[in-house]
Design a protein around this ligand. Structure first.
Ligand code: ADP
Ligand code: MG
Length: 340
């Protein structure tokens, strides 16, 4: 049992600037598994950007071209569980042997191996055996190897042997084509302005992009309502609200101080210099807007100020952004940086 999902094919994996390198590397590996310098092929990127899909697509394509090859897809979590079971049952060697016989091994979300030294050790041996025998290894991770934490150095250096290819946030055009492809496959008609609206507003996660379209279709069919822009607005808003990661006050201070090219200590300092005061007030304003923290807590985290200072900052930002064009641009720029 290869555990491959045939729906996760290359055909269904729409190409764009954000994934071109990873997708082409995947195609190259599928054409000649174990026979390219992309071994291992490591696909990395944020949540919902298509790592699992692409990893499956490579496996599905290999199985198609080389039916005699054994291809196995497994999540790092399941791999770890199997390893732990094998130790309990005293058949660690059988476990290793089983994996050493595979032609194409795909392990998803290897960041899960962080800190799990036993599993890392066994994987190291399996990896070496496969690699030496010209077998293909495909890995996915939420981070590039250089940013991985608590993974043994010798394993990290193996990860870097082949190619690390990043999946980035898809641009607007790619988001639109992903949605159109999905609607086409599901046999659903949707007006272009609605597709554009959804693609414009959900930017950083393909899973959420598809999720919004699915609930839009469901809402309209349950309630026998037409799919309108108004309905799309309501759903996208809920989606963006529910799934938006809570930005932290630390993160806001970092974004604001980066924007004004100062460090966080300066932003928090007691100085009365106008541009620093304004930066600090903006940080407070966005902390109020984007977090659930109280005024008092915002004040204490941004340079140990009291709640009245934060309240004053929020009012000042409101006033200035309606009277001062330059200031309004600051607000808009920072707002954008915080909401992608
Ligand atoms: P990840 O493993 O990176 O979290 P997934 O592979 O689970 O992401 O992808 C999330 C969803 O987005 C899946 O339904 C997948 O089919 C879809 N998806 C991601 N990228 C693309 C793409 N380029 N074309 C079509 N669908 C995509
Ligand atoms: Mg995944």
């Amino acid at each position: 049992e290869s555990q491959l999902n045939p729906n996760y094919s290359f055909e269904n994996f729409l190409e764009g600037d954000s994934n071109r390198l990873a997708r082409s590397a995947g195609l190259a590996v599928a054409a000649k598994p174990g026979g390219t310098s992309f071994n291992p092929l490591l696909i990395f990127g944020g949540v919902g950007l298509g790592k699992t899909h692409l990893a499956h697509a490579i496996g599905v394509d290999i199985k198609d071209k080389y039916p005699e090859k054994t291809v196995l897809y497994i999540s790092a979590e399941k791999f770890t569980q199997q390893y732990i079971d094998s130790v309990k049952k005293n058949n660690r060697n059988d476990f290793i042997h089983f994996y050493q016989l595979i032609d194409v091994l795909i392990i998803d979300d290897v960041q899960f191996l962080s800190g799990k030294t036993g599993t890392q050790d066994v994987f190291f041996h399996i990896f070496n055996h496969l690699h030496q025998n010209g077998k293909q290894v495909i890995l996915t991770s939420d981070k590039a190897p250089v940013d991985m934490q608590d993974i043994e150095q010798r394993l990290l250096s193996r990860f870097k042997w082949g190619l690390s290819a990043e999946l980035q946030n898809p641009d607007f055009e790619t988001r639109v084509s992903i949605l159109k492809n999905k609607l086409y496959r599901d046999g659903v008609d949707m007006p272009d302005d609605i597709i554009d609206y959804v693609a414009k507003n959900i930017k950083s996660n393909v899973r959420e992009l598809e999720g919004a379209i699915i609930s839009l279709i469901a809402q309209s069919s349950f309630n026998k309502k037409e799919i309108t822009l108004d309905l799309a607005r309501v759903i996208v808003e809920k989606f963006v609200k529910n799934t938006k990661r809570e930005v932290s006050i630390d993160y806001i201070q970092k974004v604001v101080s980066d924007y004004f090219q100062m460090d966080i200590d300066t932003l928090q300092s007691k100085t009365r210099k106008r541009h620093i005061v304004q930066a600090r007030q903006l940080a407070m304003f966005f902390a109020k807007k984007f977090t659930k923290a109280s005024l008092a807590s915002i004040g204490s985290q941004i340079g140990k100020r009291d709640h009245a200072t934060v309240l004053h900052a929020c009012k000042t930002v409101d006033n200035l952004s309606s009277t001062d064009k330059q200031f309004r641009k600051y607000v808009e720029d920072i707002s954008k940086k915080l909401s992608v």
